[in-house]
Design a protein around this ligand. Structure first.
Ligand code: MTE
Length: 321
């Protein structure tokens, strides 16, 4: 996701590599000062400090998995967008450690027969956990392949019994200035709000997600639970959800409100509809950066057309971008 003012741009591989090298150098200098020896880690190595091992989150293999090679865990958990913790890609891993993910509740309200507040432990037991290896494409032009752990959002939806007026679903994420240094900036209106049409929310691809790589979500990836909508640009997949609201009218989402010409409500991955400031025809796969940067063609609906194209039959996708 790019922010219009002040102008920023997605770093190219050649920009990223020196930053990684620089970070590694800084880490080595600190370690040397403390009299420690660090292993010679190739590539990315961020100073994260001592941490407990993340808890395991076992899951059975689920459908729709891609055979693309998963992006290394290190990249998935250190190259993030989570503006509540800062604007740079390495800000979330540096700042999200302070996020308290227990106790945690998610309010479900609006046009449903059974509204209520779900505790995170209850949500974790709501349906069997599945591992889904999904391609994810960011609107900025990069992509990853991530083995998520979760279950279809439809499992929760059916339990709260939406009424006939429920046409859309709004997702609200945590907005806590005490834990989230980034919400003091006005890049978007907080809380971060996203939305889906009801049939999109009920798609078997749409995942309520609690983990990745067989472990609970690291905070920077949206702990303790987030949405994953793999055929849409990454910003549709809200992190650290606290409220899900069923509504009749199309929600006003945070990015759509801040720059409507750039970020539409649908935001389906579409190589034929350029962002006003850059092409969406190709992407850079994180973790594949080499001396010569390889660009991959971006696939319609991020490669999930078989599952979701029918949701948009007859729609002009240039207008409903
Ligand atoms: N959710 C919240 N609450 N805040 C954010 O800034 N960024 C979005 C999305 N969800 C964001 C968010 C964007 S732009 C992307 S690309 C994905 O999270 C990135 O997810 P990842 O860091 O796990 O790859």
């Amino acid at each position: 996701m790019l922010i219009r003012t002040p102008p920023r741009h997605d770093p190219t591989a050649s920009e990223i590599t020196p930053r990684r090298v620089w970070q590694r150098r800084r880490e080595l200098i600190r370690a040397a000062a403390a009299g420690l020896a660090l292993p010679a880690a190739p590539g990315l190595a961020l100073a994260q400090g001592p941490k407990a091992e993340p808890a395991k989150l076992p899951a059975k293999p689920g459908p729709f998995g891609t055979t693309d090679k998963p992006t290394p865990y290190k990249d998935v958990t250190t190259y993030n967008n989570f503006y509540e913790f800062g604007l740079d890609k390495d800000d979330p891993v540096k700042n999200a450690g302070r996020l308290k993910t227990r106790p945690w509740t998610v309010a479900v309200e609006g046009e449903v027969g059974k509204p209520g507040t779900f505790g995170i432990e209850e949500l974790l037991k709501l349906a069997p956990m599945e591992e889904r290896v999904y391609r994810m494409r960011c609107v900025e032009g990069w992509s990853m392949v991530i083995p998520w752990v979760g279950f279809p959002l439809s499992e929760l939806i059916k339990r709260v019994e939406p009424t006939g007026n429920a046409k859309f679903v709004e997702f609200y994420t945590l907005n806590d200035p005490k834990q989230m240094p980034g919400v003091s900036s006005s890049v978007i209106a907080w809380p971060y709000v996203e939305g889906l049409r009801m049939d999109e929310a009920n798609s078997p691809l749409t995942l309520l997600t609690f983990g990745l790589y067989g472990e609970v979500l690291p905070n920077q990836n949206g702990a303790p639970l987030r949405l994953v909508v793999p055929w849409k640009y990454g910003f549709k997949s809200g992190k650290s959800l606290v409220k899900i609201r069923f509504v009749e009218k199309q929600p006003v989402t945070s990015w759509n409100r801040s720059a409507p010409q750039e970020y539409g409500f649908y935001s389906n991955v579409n190589p034929n509809v350029d962002h006003p400031r850059w092409s969406q025809a190709t992407e850079r796969r994180i973790g594949e950066d080499g001396f010569i940067q390889r660009k991959r063609p971006t696939l319609m609906f991020n490669g999930y057309a078989d599952q979701v194209a029918s949701l948009y039959a007859g729609m002009d996708l240039k207008r409903f971008y």
